[in-house]
Design a protein around this ligand. Structure first.
Ligand SMILES: [Zn+2]
Length: 537
């Protein structure tokens, strides 16, 4: 253990806890795209999902284990409740990964024991080490979490932790499941574990926490000062309710203030050695990718990755920054990769230039996908003179996210203006090849288009979110539209990019309806509507 005790392990749970954000559901291709980027970012562990939760989760974890879990890549982790069925599913899904971890958990707070598990303390004290030992039959790398640790009786939790470490747990993760603890309390909780768990030197102490009171990052930093060496976090802080601790905030706090944190890791204060293995220049790109694929946009004033985080509007600040950056900037935008958005291609760029730039951006497309992406690129280049890296990412991500094209948009046309009732004409090709056209009036052009589409694809649903974001500055920028709709409690998303926001809006809505339509065709649709696993860390 000693080699990893003097640095901080970054455990990313964007694909497991982050994906539990209401409406952030990702499909397998989207998860794989994010996992690849997390590997480039340099996270130590990717928690890829909860394999027992659904066949889709199992398959996503397995694919990530196969394609991202290479010998020099990150450890791939799967979540499992402390039951044989869950652990076996995780072990099987993770099988292809070179480095794999099973993360199992059981509640230790009396309130969870009594009302949720209906088990006694003695039963939990027996189950936890038994299940850790079972997980060890699949991999040596086993993590254990006492769920609701913050509200557990410390003496009982110490006994559970001792038992699981004796059974072979190599990481013990302390979650603040309900986001209730304050930094001083959380630091004391970690110190208590360090001082009272007899065999704690045989395991890494990890922390997990939610941001209900906006304290998750502060809690984690206090935990680091008291002996925690693994941080469980998500990109942009997405996650259940108010979200998880944000990876970018933790990593940059540890980076910018490394001289403050060094002594707590037993290093000389002046050491310049990074505290994490994160390649900070990939932070901004990762943030944008997760924001685009989940449709959960980042607030402009968000620390580190918000659009305004490095914008100096006030005249005094601008003057200072121009004279010397360090007057008002504690870190350089370059250090998180903000300025790496260069104009790279134009209308006359060839297929080879396009292909090699995509490769540099980390996209590995098949010949077929590449041809399709190149055609889309050419269409955009006709309307937008300068194509940047962000445009390229948007074009490719847009393509990755396409659901099966059951209904195909053939035509979307609107007339609107200050003296016109917004009117839309839409033509769709149905899965049986038949073309259908509808005309509708609306309160605005998007509303009119959506009403016309809804006349043709008549599936009951409620539109719960519609967002437009521009990819780059300028009047000819690409507009990205994300749509979420709800049907019987399940959320389906659609995403599209185009220089014409009305066309992007139409595509995004048809994509979401195609996902819903596709799901309704699957025989397990009604069975999937009820989530079977509700226990979470
Ligand atoms: Zn959580």
């Amino acid at each position: 253990m000693s080699d990893s005790q003097d640095r901080i392990i970054i455990f990313d749970t964007t694909l497991r806890d982050g994906e539990q954000s209401p409406g952030a559901t990702l499909n397998k291709e989207e998860k794989l795209t994010i996992a690849r980027q997390l590997a480039r970012l340099g996270v130590d562990v990717i928690e890829a999902g909860f394999p027992f939760a659904s066949p889709g989760d199992f398959e996503a974890v397995q694919t990530i284990a196969q394609q991202v879990g290479t010998p020099d890549g990150p450890t791939i982790c799967g979540l499992a409740r402390a039951t044989r069925g869950d652990i076996k599913a995780a072990g099987e899904a993770l099988e292809p990964a070179a480095n794999k971890r099973i993360h199992t958990f059981i509640a230790t707070s009396d309130i969870h024991l009594q009302y949720k598990l209906r088990k006694t303390r003695e039963e939990v004290l027996a189950i936890a080490p038994e299940m850790v030992a079972y997980a060890k039959t699949f991999t040596d790398d086993v993590e254990f979490s006492p769920e609701d640790a913050g509200r557990s009786d410390p003496e009982f939790m110490y006994r559970v932790l001792e038992a699981v470490i004796d059974a072979g747990a190599t990481t013990v993760n302390i979650p603040d499941t309900v986001g209730y603890t304050t930094p001083t309390e959380f630091g004391a909780l970690i110190r208590g574990i360090k001082e009272n768990v007899r065999n704690i030197d045989k395991a890494i102490i990890s922390v997990h926490g939610h941001n209900d009171l906006g304290l998750a990052v502060a809690n984690f930093l206090e935990a680091v000062k008291n002996g925690a060496r693994q941080l469980e976090c998500t990109i942009n802080g997405i996650g259940e309710r108010a979200g998880n601790a944000a990876l970018e905030e933790l990593v940059m706090a540890l980076h910018v203030r490394r001289q403050y944190f060094n002594p707590f890791l037993g290093r000389p204060a002046e050491s310049e050695e990074p505290l994490t293995q994160i390649n900070t220049r990939e932070i901004y790109k990762t943030s944008r990718l997760v924001s685009n694929l989940t449709g959960m946009f980042v607030q402009p004033n968000k620390a580190i990755v918000g659009a305004n985080a490095f914008a100096h509007e006030s005249g005094i600040h601008q003057d200072g920054v121009l004279k010397n950056k360090l007057t008002y900037e504690i870190m350089d935008a370059q250090s998180i990769g903000v300025n790496e958005n260069q104009i790279v291609l134009g209308k006359h760029s060839g297929r080879n230039a396009f292909k090699s730039r995509l490769k540099e951006l980390g996209f590995d497309l098949s010949e077929n996908e590449l041809n399709k992406a190149f055609l889309n690129f050419k269409k955009f280049a006709d309307r937008k003179k300068e194509i940047t890296d962000w445009d390229l990412e948007s074009i490719v991500n847009d393509q990755i996210q396409q659901p099966p094209e059951l209904y195909k948009l053939e035509l979307a046309q609107v007339s609107c203006g200050d003296r016109l009732r917004p009117t839309a004409t839409v033509t769709l090709r149905a899965p049986n090849g038949e073309e259908k056209t509808a005309v509708a009036l609306g309160t605005g052009p998007v509303d009119a288009v959506y009403k016309a589409i809804h006349q043709i694809i008549d599936l009951p649903n409620e539109l719960i979110e519609y967002t437009v974001q521009s990819v780059t500055a300028g009047i000819d920028a690409l507009g990205e539209v994300t749509v979420r709709l709800r049907h019987e409690g399940r959320v389906f998303s659609g995403h599209a990019a185009n220089t014409d926001v009305i066309v992007a809006s139409a595509h995004a809505y048809v994509n979401a309806l195609n996902r819903l339509y596709g799901a309704m065709q699957s025989p397990s649709f009604s069975a999937q509507a009820e989530p079977t696993v509700t226990s979470r860390v």
